[in-house]
Design a protein around this ligand. Sequence first.
Ligand code: TRP
Length: 457
Amino acid sequence: MEQTQNTAKRGSFTGKIGFVLAAAGSAVGLGNIWRFPYLAAKYGGGIFLLVYVGLALTFGFALMLGEIALGRKTGKSAISAFSSINKRFSFVGWLASAVPLIILPYYSVIGGWVMKYIFGFAFGDGSNMATDAYFENYLGNVSEPLIWFFIFVLLTAVVVFFGVDKGVEKVSKVMMPVLIVSMIFIVVYALITLPGAWDGVLYYITPDFSKFSVMTVVAAMGQLFYSMSLAMGIMITFGSYMKKDIAIDKSIHQIEIFDTGVAFLAGLMIVPAVFAFSGGNEAALGKGPGLMFITLPKVFETMPGGDIIGAVFFLMVFLAAITSSISLMETIISILMDKTKLNRRISCIITFGVILLLGIPSSLGFNVWSEVKILGLQFLDLFDFISNSVMMPIVALLTCIFIGYFLKPKTLIEEARLKEESFTAKLFKVVIRYVAPVCLIIILVSSILDVFGVMKI
Ligand code: TRP
């Protein structure tokens, strides 16, 4: 049944723009707005940005091309796409499909924080939220973050349950422009009014090579997978819906420019503000997942009408987050339906329960379970680490080996209608066969050594 549903759905992207918008809509989310800025702040600003953009243009491009072309060629989603070409590789599809299941629970915990902030601003609590200890105190609560997390997962599940995710595209069309305009406004306002913000801009865009380490590359690579929804089977599925006459390479350029543009803007909104309020203090820059929640209320506090602007901004972040969480849940459910023959609603209820269970530790890790550390990481960071720094690099490595040595790059170069002697085709081949596998092995080994504390890099 799922098969017929899939076939009916395939080819449903109306054209080139439809494809790019859908892929970009799935790509833009908390990864761009919440995750990118805190990593950029933590890993040296400009150097992180440089490494990220370099990886996006080479590695990100090649992997996305490989996934989309693989999907379009086979007309199948991840698990079946791999197995239809080589049975021994079907486990890669499985591994890729497990990634959304690890991401969605903690993604929803952050989604819950965002919701709390919308209501906080809407009820005029902005000045209180701008105080130093507010965020930490909030996370110290056991029940409130859990309740918001629960509401976020429930909303996601309700949309998926009733199959009203067609509305997602409409929501995205309004949300994206408003989000981008409000980010530009916040950037301009902060740069004009906050003393010291320009030092932050310099930190953000000038690479300081002394801050480079292997961990910069590890973090940038993990972020690239996360932000562009790579190495988790999503782009394979997207590709299977893509019409044959659309130029894959051009579409990827547009998706990458859009996704990286939003991330860059989010960083420009947050990193200089951190500088303005802390003078570039290392501890403030290294705040991690809380950075956006700690910094932005301080900016809104200085604005006339800041509470309203804060509420609107966080509402847009929420919409970006929930459109992503809907497609993450959709992915999990379609695999479940495919493999178990359960119907959509039952699959949805099961997934809802599992996501709740898996998300609870991430939320409690900030209060009652704050002493519990696995590999030195609290739960949210642990899930983030497992998906971004372990599973996605493994999936990416296996995908590259699969394309590079079993399927052969030539097949996908033909699928993407690239001329074999073109620069793009050569780049694809070299990256997939040599550069990416070598980098990925280095990255995997170093991130694992780092977390086990064997070697500090
Ligand atoms: N790319 C999304 C973001 O930046 C997160 C994400 C990862 C995602 N995998 C996905 C979204 C799959 C939709 C579908 O926030």
